[in-house]
Write a protein that binds this ligand. Structure first.
Ligand code: FAD
Ligand code: MG
Ligand code: MG
Ligand code: MG
Ligand code: MG
Length: 553
C-alpha cells in the first residue's frame, strides 16, 4: 500500500491506514487488548483511553513483575509483592477500561472478532465462551515455555514463567529438604533428592541457581545441618558458556563465581530425556549420553509460541515462524487493524538494499542520475529514521559521516567532487543491512513497544494525513507523523547471588560485584509499577536481611 504520502518512508505499509474518521459524534473505535503482561500494561498505561472504547482480556487479573520471579522461588520476595491488580491500575488513573478475566483461544482477523473462554461457566450450556469484536486489536500474549519436544520435560520439570510456577518451585525445594531429612533414607537417596538441576544457562536459569544457592548457604544449612553435605546444584547449558547473550567478561565472572560457590556448570550438554529420577544428557562434542539422578529440575531453556498465536499465524499465512511478524510500526503484516507487541511478536526491519533505487531517486532532487554529497546529506536523517541500520553500521565502523562510508566503499579519489552514481551508492550501502537485528524477548523491549504503540494510537487522528514519514524532502516539514519503532537498549543485569551482580550498561560499560548488586536493588525498586509494590518489595528485602528467608512451605 503506497498511498500514504510521497516521502521517503511513505511507501511502506502503513500503521494507520485505517485511522479513525474525524467526525465528532461517531462512536468511538473499539480497541481490544489481549494480555496484561509487560507489553499489554505498558500500552494501556500510556493510551489516552478517552479516545477509544477499550477492552482488555487476560486469564490473570494482575500484572506480574517477572524480573523478580526468581526471587520468589526461594522466598526472598513474596509473590504478592510483585503483582499489581489490573483493575487497580486503571482505578487510580480513572481510565475507562473494561477488563474480562478470560483466555483468548481464537483470533478471527477476517471477521474482526476474538473468541474467549472464561474459567467459570456463564452461559446456558455451561461453558464460559464469548466473543468480542474490535476495530483495532493489540496482541500482547507473550510467549510460552519451549521444551523442544524433549521427552519427560512437561511431566517432570518445573518451569519459571508465571507466579504460580515460582510458588511451586519454592514448595518443592522445601519438600526435597524435608524428604532428605526423614529417617531410613540412604545416603545415595539423600544425594539424589538434594540434587537441584537447572536446565538452561540464560539469565533466568542462572539467576534461579544463584538464588537457590543463597537460600541454601544463608538459611537452609542452619535449619538442616545434618544433610547440608549432600546438597548440589548443577546448571546444564548446551552452549559453550552460560549467559552467552551478555558480554564475555560477565559470562567469565559468573562461571568463576559459580565454580567457587560449588555450583556445577555443565556446558556443551543437551538434555535429551527426563524421567522421574534421571536426567539424560548428551555431550555435544563426544556424542556420549550420561544420566544423572536428581531431586528437582527447573527447565528454562527457551521460549515458544502460544497455540493461539500459532493458529493466527496459520490463518494469515505467516507459517514456519516463531513469532508474529510486524512492520516497523508494529502492525501485523498483511493484517489490517491488528498490532502485535512483546514476546509474541518480532519487528521485521526493512532492508535498505531492497529499496535502494527508490532511495536513490528520492535523494536525487535534480534528476541528474548522480548524487552529490549535499544531496545525500539532505536526506540522511530521513534515511536513518527509516533504516536505523545505516546509523548502527556507521557507528560500528567508527565512521563520522556519510562521506566516510562512501570513501570506504569506492575509494579516496571521490573525496573532492564526491559524486556517486547508483552503482557506487549501492556499493557504499551494501554491508549496512548486516546490522539488522531482532530485539530480544525482554520486558524492556515489550514495555517500550507498548509505550510506543500507545503514542501512535494517541495521535492517530493527527497523523492520519501522513502517517508514516518525515516529509521534509517533499516540503512537508512540521507535519505530524509516526516514526518507526526503535528499541533503545538501556542495559541488563545478571544477579549472581551472594550480594553480587553483573551489569552491562550502554556504551560498552560492564560492572560486576557488590556495588552492582546495590545498583540492581535501586533500579529494580524504582522500576516497580506502583508505590504499593515498591514498598512491599523493599520491605521483603529488608526482612530477608534481618531475619533470613521463610523456609516453611
Ligand atoms: P507477558 O509479560 O508474558 O504477558 C503475556 C500476558 O498475556 C499475560 O498477562 C498472560 O496472562 C496473558 N495471556 C496468556 N495467554 C493468554 C490468552 N490465551 N488469552 C489472553 N491473555 C493471555 N526481561 C527483562 O527485560 N529483564 C529481566 O530481568 C527479566 N527477567 C525475567 C525473569 C523471568 C523468570 C521470566 C520468565 C522473564 C523475564 N524477563 C525479563 C522477560 C520478560 O518477562 C518478558 O520478555 C516479558 O514478560 C514479555 O512481555 P509480554 O507482555 O510480551 O508477555
Ligand atoms: Mg502483555
Ligand atoms: Mg509479564
Ligand atoms: Mg518481541
Ligand atoms: Mg543529483
Amino acid at each position: 500500500t503506497a498511498a500514504s504520502g510521497g516521502g521517503l518512508v511513505a511507501y511502506a505499509d502503513s500503521a494507520a491506514e485505517s485511522a479513525p474518521e474525524p467526525s465528532h459524534d461517531a462512536p468511538k473505535k473499539k480497541v481490544l487488548v489481549l494480555g496484561t503482561g509487560w507489553a499489554g500494561t505498558s500500552f494501556l498505561k500510556n493510551l489516552d483511553c478517552s479516545q477509544y472504547e477499550v477492552k482488555v482480556i487476560s486469564p490473570r487479573n494482575y500484572f506480574a513483575f517477572t524480573p523478580l520471579l526468581p526471587s520468589v522461588t526461594c522466598g526472598t520476595v513474596e509473590p504478592r509483592s510483585i503483582i499489581e491488580p489490573i483493575r487497580r491500575m486503571f482505578e487510580k488513573k480513572s481510565k475507562d477500561v473494561t477488563f474480562y478475566e478470560a483466555e483468548c483461544f481464537k483470533i478471527d482477523a477476517s471477521k474482526k472478532t476474538v473468541h474467549c473462554r472464561s474459567a467459570v461457566g456463564t452461559n446456558l450450556d455451561g461453558n464460559g465462551d464469548f466473543m468480542l469484536d474490535y476495530d483495532y486489536l493489540v496482541v500482547a500474549l507473550g510467549a510460552t515455555v519451549n521444551t523442544f519436544n524433549t521427552p519427560g520435560v512437561l511431566e517432570h520439570c518445573h518451569f519459571l514463567k508465571e507466579v504460580e510456577d515460582a510458588q511451586k518451585i519454592r514448595r518443592s525445594v522445601i519438600d526435597c529438604f524435608e524428604k532428605a531429612s526423614l529417617p531410613n533414607i540412604s545416603e545415595e537417596e539423600k544425594r539424589k533428592t538434594l540434587h537441584f538441576v537447572v536446565i538452561g544457562g540464560g539469565p533466568t536459569g542462572v539467576e534461579f541457581a544463584a538464588e537457590l544457592h543463597d537460600f541454601l548457604v544463608e538459611d537452609l544449612v542452619k535449619l538442616y545441618p545434618a544433610i547440608q553435605e549432600f546438597v548440589k546444584i548443577t546448571i546444564i547449558q548446551s552452549g559453550e558458556h552460560i549467559l552467552n547473550m551478555f558480554d564475555k567478561r560477565i559470562a567469565a565472572f559468573a562461571e568463576l563465581k559459580f565454580q567457587r560457590d560449588g555450583i556445577e556448570v555443565a556446558t556443551g550438554f543437551r538434555v535429551v530425556k527426563v524421567s522421574d529420577d534421571l536426567i539424560t544428557m548428551k555431550s555435544k562434542s563426544v556424542g556420549e549420553e550420561v544420566s544423572v539422578p536428581y531431586g528437582m529440575a527447573v527447565w528454562s531453556a527457551g521460549i515458544g509460541t502460544r497455540p493461539v498465536i500459532m493458529d493466527f499465524m496459520q490463518q494469515i499465512g505467516q507459517t514456519n515462524r516463531r513469532a508474529l511478524a510486524t512492520n516497523e510500526w508494529l502492525r501485523v503484516r498483511e493484517c489490517e487493524g491488528v498490532y502485535a507487541i512483546g514476546d509474541c511478536a518480532t519487528v521485521g526491519q526493512r532492508k535498505i538494499m531492497d529499496d535502494i533505487s527508490m532511495v536513490f531517486k528520492m535523494a536525487d532532487k535534480d534528476n541528474s542520475g548522480t548524487l552529490t554529497l549535499k544531496e545525500i546529506n539532505d536526506v540522511l536523517e530521513d534515511i536513518c529514521i527509516r533504516y536505523p541500520q545505516v546509523e548502527l553500521y556507521m557507528k560500528s565502523m567508527h565512521m563520522l559521516d556519510i562521506a566516510d562510508l562512501i570513501k570506504d566503499a569506492i575509494g579516496d579519489s571521490h573525496k573532492e567532487s564526491m559524486v556517486v552514481d547508483i552503482e557506487e551508492f549501492k556499493k557504499a550501502l551494501s554491508h549496512v543491512d548486516s546490522q539488522v537485528k531482532s530485539a530480544p524477548a525482554t520486558a524492556q523491549v515489550a514495555s517500550q513497544q507498548g509505550n510506543y504503540l500507545a503514542e501512535c494510537f494517541n495521535k492517530m487522528e493527527k497523523c492520519k494525513e501522513q502517517p508514516e514519514g518525515p516529509l521534509r524532502m517533499t516540503g512537508g516539514s512540521g507535519r505530524h507523523f509516526f516514526r518507526p519503532f526503535r528499541y533503545k537498549h538501556l542495559g541488563q543485569f545478571a544477579p549472581l547471588g551472594g550480594e553480587q551482580a553483573a551489569a552491562e550498561l550502554p556504551g560498552d560499560w560492564v560492572s560486576m560485584g557488590h556495588s552492582t548488586q546495590w545498583l540492581w536493588y535501586s533500579v529494580y525498586a524504582s522500576k516497580q509499577v506502583s508505590w504499593r509494590t515498591r514498598v512491599l518489595v523493599v520491605s521483603d528485602w529488608t526482612r530477608r536481611f534481618i531475619f533470613g528467608r521463610d523456609s516453611s512451605r
